[in-house]
Design a protein around this ligand. Structure first.
Ligand code: 0RA
Length: 667
């Protein structure tokens, strides 16, 4: 066996030699391969980094940070520094082992060059170097090189300092060079995103801040530094207690039941960390934040399934064993999860790394399910026994959730059987202008601010597929109230019935009568406030609508620029001030401007053309990018602790920016 391997190696080496000789000869097929891979990334950047907008732009940083984080996770270096430079570049410096610089078999290039110019090199030349990996979608640093104007890599390794530079699109500009001796070890990558690729090349302090904060929570013991040389801001992120600190941040403004709970296990092949916090409020939708190898698994997966089963079993078994409930009154999963925030992080060996789908957003590894379930049952059972008072409070809370849910289910069943349908159930019909089609996926529900805009929207809509629901006044703040009060609220009960897919833990997005829920408000502060109140409701009670990408914000234009001599036929709509300038130029001398202060100022045709018609409107899809930010926005902006809210706003935003965040709609 050994001998055969050696033989194979010798043959490999000989072939390698020939290849290398050939490579040195001239411009070879390898170079062409490299260039075509890099070009491939440039042709379809979206496939590699998601998009070419601000979110894609920041992905370039995340790719590099993930590599440095891998080193740190594996015990090499505990400081990682990200700097946003004045020239628009970003550098990421770590104190790891330094990227290898020796010639890589198979390509004949220095390993560092492979890492930055080849796809699927993944940087992980062999499993042995890495037990776990935080790398994103397997595109590693190559996407960053391909989509940058330049990339400089400086490496300190084995007592020497090295440098290599790639130019626009990843073309090798300065081959690997030795710069001299050094005592340091580590890697610095500095790159400047290519403005011909991205719609914006402006790195946002907030985005990087949130990303590094999340990383610090997930990678305990590593210090992350953020420096912004453009405005001299800096911040250090460090979470001594990892997920324990994370859960405390997420629940900072909530009314808690008991303390935050934390367990970890570093001894098994699958390493697990879990943090739990039950809260009093009726937050109903699932608040489980899941990660695998430091990557946020938005779609959950086997680790989440294991967690749900584990918690349900531990709580029920303990309650029955201690005679708090009877076997026949077992609590449902929804009853136990109501008000619970959970963060689960599993680290799985790289070779087992099995994400479903290309986006790594769902963990598919079967072993993770039983590992997490058993881990959870064991630790939580022990915790409940050690904290009896808390355990009993928790079970009482679950029981009252169960009672509310049972009553609601009975009412629903009665309503379905038609026996007790009350007049109140039909209140929706006089406000809602329903769509004619029964093709639910194609149907759109516009929730519109104000009756007058609602009127225009009703006459301008596509009757087949668009339904209009006008809202009167401001919706209730669902962060300040209980589920019962929310249900009693006319606006929300109408929305719930109109969507027809249940609410809270009983919500099932697949039953929704609309494929798109579109919030349409005036483009002013009141409108933004209504948006956030509605989004808060969807987030708290119909979260799957958001995670499935079914919630949208309509974008009415702010201006209409017209030719004074022919206002009916020559006009351009403008959505912001940049559009406005462009429109003025296009129309030329003799222009006039309508400024729309609200939806109501547009007539039905105008509203339809600019904001509702599928072919010409602008819609923003609401997505949850970062759970910490969402929770912070939701719980701090909407929560009942006014001083926290004031502090957060003072530290972070002018109110305008909250407004503009709404326009970008990263919840
Ligand atoms: C491959 C192998 C080794 C380290 C790295 C890659 C590495 C990559 C990056 C990216 C940013 N910083 C990094 N630091 C290290 C280990 C090689 C060895 O055994 O020393």
């Amino acid at each position: 066996m050994m001998e055969e391997e050696n033989k194979a190696n010798i043959i490999d080496d000989a072939a390698e030699e020939r290849r290398r000789a050939k490579a040195e000869e001239s411009y070879t097929s390898k170079d062409i391969e490299v260039l075509s891979e890099l070009e491939g990334i440039r042709k379809r950047p979206g496939m590699y980094i998601g998009s070419t907008n601000s979110s894609g732009l920041h992905h370039l940083i995340w790719e590099i940070v993930a590599n440095s984080a891998d080193e740190a996770i594996n015990g090499f270096g505990s400081n990682i520094e990200v700097t946003l430079h004045k020239d628009g570049s970003c550098s990421v410096e770590d104190e790891g082992r330094g990227i290898p610089v020796d010639i890589h078999k198979g390509t004949g290039m220095p390993a560092v060059q492979v890492l930055f110019t080849r796809l699927h090199a993944g940087g992980k030349f062999s499993d042995k170097n890495y037990t776990t990996s935080a790398g994103l979608h397997g595109v590693g640093a190559t996407a960053t090189t391909a989509l940058s104007e330049y990339t400089d890599v400086t490496i300190c390794r084995g007592g020497k300092m090295y440098h290599i530079r790639f130019g626009q699109g990843g073309k090798l500009e300065v081959p690997l060079e030795e710069l001299g001796p050094t005592r340091k070890h580590g890697t610095t990558v500095r790159f400047k995103p290519d403005p011909t690729v991205f719609s914006t090349v402006d790195f946002k302090w907030d985005s990087v801040y949130n990303h590094l904060q999340e990383k610090a929570f997930l990678i305990r013991g590593v210090h992350f530094f953020l420096k912004d040389e453009r405005n001299k801001l800096q911040h250090e992120f460090y979470a001594e207690n990892g997920l324990h600190d994370y859960i405390d941040t997420l629940c900072a403004s909530k009314e808690r039941l008991g303390d935050s709970i934390y367990f970890d296990d570093n001894t098994s092949p699958i390493k697990i960390e879990l943090a739990l916090q039950w809260c009093q409020k009726d937050y109903n939708s699932d608040n489980i934040f899941s990660y695998a190898n430091s990557v946020h698994t938005f779609g959950g997966g086997t680790h989440v399934t294991g967690l749900k089963a584990g918690i349900t079993k531990a709580v029920n078994d303990w309650a029955i064993k201690n005679e708090v409930i009877k076997e026949k009154d077992k609590l449902g999963r929804e009853d136990i999860f109501e008000g619970l925030t959970a963060i689960i992080h599993v680290r799985i060996p790289q070779s087992n790394n099995e994400f479903e789908g290309q986006t790594k957003e769902i963990l598919g590894l079967q072993e993770a399910e039983s590992a997490v379930r058993e881990f959870t049952v064991k630790n939580l059972t022990y915790y409940l026994s050690e904290h009896k008072d808390f355990a009993i409070d928790l079970i009482h809370k679950c029981q009252s959730s169960k009672a509310v849910r049972d009553a609601a289910r009975k009412a629903k069943e009665a309503a379905r059987s038609g026996k007790t349908q009350k007049k109140a159930d039909f209140v929706i019909s006089d406000k809602l202008a329903a769509a004619q089609s029964k093709d639910y996926a194609e149907n759109e529900l516009f929730i519109v601010e104000g009756d007058s805009a609602g009127g225009s929207a009703k006459s301008g809509r596509d009757r087949l597929h668009q339904a209009i629901l006008p809202l009167r006044g401001k919706p209730l703040n669902t962060n300040d109230t209980t589920m019962e009060k929310m249900r009693a609220n006319a606006e929300f009960s109408t929305i719930i019935q109109t969507i027809g897919a249940g609410v809270g833990a009983d919500f099932d997005a697949s039953e929704s009568k609309y494929g798109k829920i579109i919030i349409m408000t005036d483009a002013d502060t009141d409108g933004a406030h209504i948006q956030i109140l509605l989004l808060t409701f969807f987030y708290n009670y119909m979260k799957p609508l958001i995670t499935n990408g079914m919630v949208y914000i309509a974008c009415p234009p702010l201006y209409r620029v017209y030719k004074k001599s022919d206002p009916k036929n020559k006009f351009i709509y403008a959505w912001d001030d940049a559009d406005l300038e462009e429109a003025k130029e296009k129309i030329g001398p003799g222009y006039g401007i309508n400024r729309y202060k609200g939806l109501g100022e547009m007539n039905a045709d105008q509203l339809a053309a600019t904001t509702m018609n599928k072919a010409t409107r602008k819609l923003l899809r609401v997505r949850i990018d970062d759970p910490i930010v969402v929770e912070k926005r939701i719980s701090v902006l909407m929560g009942n602790d006014a001083s926290l809210r004031k502090q957060w706003i003072e530290e972070n935003v002018k109110f305008d920016e909250v407004d503009s965040f709404m326009k970008e709609v990263k919840l």
